[in-house]
Design a protein around this ligand. Structure first.
Ligand SMILES: *Cc1c(COP(=O)(O)O)cnc(C)c1O
Length: 231
């Protein structure tokens, strides 16, 4: 078995164990393999081991890999998970299936307008700045309802839920607090009439805490592909 296949198996075991602890079904937690800095041949190896959803942080790097893996385009799901500037929205709207870090209406409007007519709606999440001022990206919690209703009304998009990257914490109880706040925020939006099903939260170091608080999609890089090598 390849290293990537073995790592994937170990991550699935972690997800299953965390789900069981929380009284949840492992099948209700999707695994997004974060492949930033990972070359196409290693993404191919992950696909060969059964992984279909991949997350990229940088627009050009992601578009290049989608092109390099064009033969698998219909089998793979590509998620853009990095911060997005308005001059890069067109490439993302034209090439990706999901965007996780929408934090301004202007970005959402551009993605909606630039989504090609023949493609399915772009699936999006709103990124919430759940740890407060320490982190720069994401919308403030108080602004989430207004933004969510506006994004949900855009024709080229389908709002699926919320995403967060809390400040790193080692203590499991401290890890759970921001995730619990995210869960409550999603529930409030649903009570308010929005049809949402996604909590994109949890990375290699905190996926158990995220699953305990209702994550439906965990974004895992290092635990699958090893430590990243930046060029
Ligand atoms: C890099 C990254 C991840 C994966 O982090 P790991 O700690 O390597 O699992 C998840 N989400 C986002 C937004 C990232 O940028």
């Amino acid at each position: 078995m390849s290293v990537i296949a073995a790592n994937l198996q170990a991550v699935h075991q972690r997800i299953a164990a965390a789900a069981q602890q929380a009284g949840r079904q492992p099948a209700d937690i999707a695994l997004l393999a974060v492949s930033k800095t990972v070359p196409p041949d290693r993404i191919r190896a992950a696909y060969a081991a059964g992984q279909v959803a991949f997350g990229e942080n940088y627009v050009q790097e992601g578009v290049d890999k989608i092109a390099a893996l064009a033969d698998l385009r219909h089998r793979l799901q590509w998620h853009f998970i990095g911060p997005l500037q308005s001059n890069k929205t067109r490439l993302v709207a034209e090439h990706f299936d999901w965007v996780h870090a929408v934090d301004r209406l202007r970005i959402a409007e551009r993605l909606s307008a630039q989504r090609p007519a023949g493609m399915a709606a772009l699936q999006v999440c709103i990124q919430v700045n759940i740890s407060g001022e320490a982190s720069k990206s994401g919308v403030a919690p108080a602004e989430v309802p207004g933004l969510a209703h506006a994004v949900a009304a855009l024709p080229g998009l389908r709002l699926r839920g919320l995403m967060a990257i809390p400040e790193p914490e080692h203590d499991p109880a401290a890890q759970r607090r921001p995730f619990a706040a995210m869960r409550a925020m999603l529930q409030a939006l649903r009570t308010d009439g929005l049809d949402l099903d996604t909590l994109s939260m949890g990375m290699s170091g905190d996926m158990e805490a995220a699953i305990a608080e209702g994550a439906t999609l965990v974004r895992i890089g290092t635990a699958i592909f090893g430590a990243r090598q930046y060029p």
